[in-house]
Design a protein around this ligand. Structure first.
Ligand code: SF4
Length: 245
């Protein structure tokens, strides 16, 4: 796998509810076609020049050195580190990336700082031995594998994502599902209850629609649809004692 170096790694996010974040990789072999906001930004700022380049991820080879250096400076200011906003920390079938993420989490946890992880890959069982304050999440907007192959072609099969999350939950980990970007019925006709019932064990669910795809605007009243789906998810969460975020 190709590598790059960077000057900094940990950064303060502007996202409400999140503290610091890091992205130890550039690009993402999941290649989501919603499209992926991180891909659009990477193209805009000249980090990559094509979709083909985006789906060939490159590792930031000095990630661990940067984390060690930055933790020494900012350890007391950092309350949590989120993985990731511009790539996937447990990219499917990318063992080098998975190993780098695990080592990064270990370093951060060793400094007394918990992490939050979000992936469309498979959360490894090694996570169960780490800081109990860590929070593990998967992105999930469907259970239909034909939909996944079309819209998230390189990501892990849905059932495998859920299985890994459930195993961590059974070991006492804090788990969540990020239901975004949820598709409108003109992209796929599906029953949201079918999805929710497979994830009724998690601690948190968040929900949001698909913003960057013109097909969504062709659906009659997309905002009405998303408002009704959000209410439905909130109701489900209340019934199942799950926190809605
Ligand atoms: S998993 Fe995330 S970063 Fe990777 S292509 Fe999909 S949306 Fe983009």
């Amino acid at each position: 796998m190709d590598t790059i170096t960077r000057k900094t790694m940990l950064y303060k996010t502007q996202v409400p509810g999140l503290d610091y974040a890091m992205n130890p990789v550039q690009g993402c072999s999941h290649g989501c076609r919603y499209p992926c906001y991180a891909y659009l930004m990477a193209m805009r700022f000249g980090k990559v020049h094509s979709y083909a380049e985006w789906i060939r991820p490159v590792i930031v080879e000095n990630t661990l050195d940067l984390i060690k250096k930055e933790l020494k400076k900012w350890q007391s200011k950092i309350h949590c580190v989120h993985f990731c906003f511009s790539t996937d920390p447990f990219m499917y079938q990318q063992p080098e990336i998975q190993a780098l993420t695990l080592e990064s989490i270990r370093l951060i946890n060793a400094a007394g700082i918990p992490c939050s992880i979000l992936t469309k890959g498979i959360l490894p069982s090694d996570l169960k031995n780490l800081d109990q304050r860590n929070r593990y999440g998967i992105s999930l907007v469907s259970l239909d594998e034909d939909f996944r192959k079309r819209w998230e072609p390189g990501a892990a099969p849905y059932a495998d994502r859920i299985r890994a999350l459930k195993e961590l939950h059974a070991d006492g980990a804090m788990t969540w599902v990020h239901m975004e970007p949820y598709p409108t019925p003109n992209l796929i006709a599906q029953d949201i209850d079918g999805i929710l019932n497979t994830i009724d064990f998690v601690d948190h669910i968040d929900f949001s629609g698909l913003n960057y795809n013109p097909v969504v605007q062709k659906y009659p009243d997309p905002s009405g649809f998303y408002s009704s789906m959000k209410s439905h998810v909130i109701h489900f969460c209340k019934e199942h004692h799950i926190q809605f975020q």
